[in-house]
Design a protein around this ligand. Structure first.
Ligand code: AMP
Ligand code: TRP
Length: 331
């Protein structure tokens, strides 16, 4: 049976990279599959989080997901720390994954920066917890943005090694689903770096909480080049900012990058930016309004997460039973 699992960190505002690269695909997948969506607060604390902000950010991400169309009744939506099975399995997987495998993870190198000795141990073992998130539900498909591909490959390696070490066929090898026209949305200020929650410049990203005026201003100020838009994808090479805006347009319109180019070819950036703003606002404004409504009822959101957590435990506990038996913790 197919089961979709994905996670997102409650480390501040969601931006259109999260939305177009991941969340929008989740909304489409829930029409066809059983899905579990997890707000990964235990991943968040691998770098320092102010506790009162973490509580708020968790609610805010939950509101953004529901406002984007995730249905918490038919699917499971919860925050990770509500189900202790994630931590439980992740310890066992710490003993399966090899140091050499983790040493290859590029996200650790980026996040730890130069002062690696001072990074938390949790930041280093982050990918093992991510593997546990997926495997504890025996999930088969994992929709993510491009940046998570390496972590997904690691999760497959861990699943395979566990199954073979313990002679137990417990974990399916999870398949990444990296789909859509914008699997890697870049910063609006620099076409060479990824749009990210941690970029110090708020002009680098469009947040789901931004109103229409902020969206318009950020697109107006987005970095571009002096030439009009070309008529083919190939001609975008060497023009990373133009390429990024064309991809964002495509993803918002639900069309291919090729179609986005043919619709916009020959336009000056000033006109294109106006059209892109209209399109982005038409998608983001209803989400933004719904988010505000939801955030005015924090108890309602907390209730959804508590209920999702209980249903998540119902799915993972039998799997943990099998794992405990395979490892020799139970007869
Ligand atoms: P995070 O905010 O790091 O928890 O990421 C949540 C989801 O959004 C993951 O599936 C990421 O791959 C995806 N994502 C994050 N940043 C981007 C981006 N700039 N472009 C596309 N997808 C992204
Ligand atoms: N590491 C992911 C990110 O930063 C979030 C995440 C945690 C996740 N656990 C997961 C994504 C399991 C997919 C499946 O984007």
């Amino acid at each position: 049976m197919k089961l979709v699992f994905s996670g997102i960190q409650p480390t501040g505002n969601l931006h259109i990279g999260n939305y177009l690269g991941a969340v929008r695909n989740w909304v489409a997948l829930q029409e066809k599959f059983k899905c579990i969506f997890c707000i990964v607060d235990m991943h968040a604390i691998t770098v320092w989080q102010d506790p009162s902000m973490l509580v708020e950010n968790t609610r805010e991400v939950a509101a953004a997901l529901i406002a984007s169309g995730i249905d918490p009744k038919t699917q499971i939506l919860f925050n990770q720390s509500r189900n202790p099975d994630h931590a439980n399995l992740s310890w066992i997987l710490n003993c399966v994954a090899r140091l050499g495998w983790l040493n290859r993870m590029t996200q650790f190198k980026e996040k730890a920066g130069k002062n690696r000795e001072n990074a938390s141990v949790g930041l280093y073992t982050y990918p093992n917890l991510m593997a546990a998130d997926i495997l504890v539900y025996q999930a088969t498909h994992v929709p993510v943005g491009e940046d998570q591909k390496q972590h997904l490959e690691l999760a497959r390696d861990i699943a395979q090694k566990f199954n073979s070490d313990y002679g137990a066929d417990i974990f399916p090898l999870p398949e990444p689903l990296i789909t859509g026209a914008a699997t890697r949305v870049m910063s609006l200020r620099d076409g060479a770096s990824k749009m990210s929650k941690s970029d110090p410049s708020d002009l680098s990203r469009i947040n789901l909480s931004d109103g229409a005026d902020a969206v318009a201003q950020k697109i107006r100020k987005a970095k571009t080049d002096p030439n009009p838009l070309p008529d083919s994808i190939e001609a975008l090479s060497g023009r990373p900012e133009a390429d990024n805006l064309i991809s964002i347009y495509a993803a918002f319109a639900g069309i291919s990058r090729e179609d986005s180019i043919s619709i916009n070819s020959g336009k000056q950036f000033s006109n294109f930016k106006r059209d892109l703003t209209d399109l982005a606002v038409s998608v983001l404004e209803p989400i933004n309004n719904e988010m505000r409504k939801l955030l005015s009822e924090p108890e309602y959101i907390d209730g959804i997460l508590a209920n999702g957590g209980e249903r998540a435990v119902d799915v993972s506990r039998p799997v943990m039973g099998k794992v405990f038996q395979a490892v020799g913790f139970r007869s």
